[in-house]
Write a protein that binds this ligand. Sequence first.
Ligand code: CMP
Length: 127
Amino acid sequence: MIIKPDAVAGHHIGEIVDRVEKEGFQITGLRFLHLTMDQAEAFYAVHKKRSFFKDLVKYMTSGPVVVGRLERENAVDHWRKVIGSTDPQKAEARTIRKKFGKNIEANAVHGSDSPENGKIETDFFFA
Ligand code: CMP
């Protein structure tokens, strides 16, 4: 997971981490850091051709984030259900994005979209 700049600035780290643990995840890595442009561009390289890429990199480097390595059975699917749709306006009730997301860009948290990408993304931040 990544707790994105808007959620960190909004003082929601505690509530989000609390939800992570209540959902049965084991936190096996947790870091507070400010992404560089190079890191944000590399992390979101799959979106390089998308119209929102430049803004996304700007936003993700606008303030500190918290990155976490979360483990549990069916982790990727479960986390995606807990965070909700990319667009907070379309996110289901009780999801993290519904509760804390501001808009489709500043949507509070990130989750990997497959176990394969989960491995790539956690290896990006954790040894
Ligand atoms: P995330 O799940 O981290 O993956 C890509 C991110 O790009 C997404 O969340 C949003 O923060 C951001 N984004 C901005 N605009 C869009 C869009 N139109 N569609 C998808 N993602 C977007």
